[in-house]
Design a protein. Sequence first.
Length: 315
Amino acid sequence: AAPAKAAPAKAAPAKAAPAKGKVTKGKKVAPLPKALKTSTASSKAPAKEKKVVKKNPLFESTPKNLNLGGTVQPKRDLGRYVKWPRYVRIQRQRAILKKRLKVPPSINQFTKTLDKNTALQLFKLLQKYRPETKLQKLNRLRSTAANRLADAKRKKAAAPAAEKKEGAEKKDKKGVKSGKKPYMVKYGLNHVTALIENKKAKLVVIADDVDPIELVVWLPALCRKMGIPYCIVKSKSRLGAIVHKKNATALCLTRIRPEHQRELAQLVSTVKARYNDRADEIRKSWGGGIMGIKSRTRTARLEKSKIKEAIAKRG
């Protein structure tokens, strides 16, 4: 019988293509042994010794949590974000405007205040001539009244005859001395003006921060006209403290003790050289016109560009 035909060999099954999205992995390389790892690490860089910090068991570490509802936030300067009161904003704006705008000489003269050392000497002298307080005045008037009464009783007892009583009373009225008024600083704008006009003031002190400035803007001119030495000092409240008030626009000295004459003469000579003798210079010197940092940098940049253009044209 004819031999049977051999069955055809079955073809090897084809490998399925990898599904989309799946990454085929290659053969994994075996990791290095530990001994080799340590040797390679030591050859690269020397091993750093770790510092072991001994913790005190009595004190627990409490790290800050600065999130909401955590640790209280540290104090910061929030001045830039504060809505300042109206009077603060106004005085700051006024100060800036005085720098930016051109200020006429009559107002600008109040920026030229007395220097620190001379002002210190002046206030030391003024402290010695502070006016009486209410209590001091009351005590002085009481002592004066008591002296008058004692003098009247003594003269009445000494009078020999009754007909001379009227004459004694008249003499009593003339002879009794009232308590001497103490040497003191004069204050009050109207009072000071009257003393300047009558040429009784020896030295006039004017505050630089009077508001409105129109109250005292004419006072330096009046002092120059009448030939009375004057000076401008900082802070009306500082002048007010001398006369037991909150503020004072102007003070003046009329009478002074003999022991302080030399001190006053030195102050008057300094003040005259600074203010009275420089009348023409004060009349002509304007103030303000100082621009801000942004404006100054802009103008400087423009000037630089102009100079560059001029150099390029020449070249």
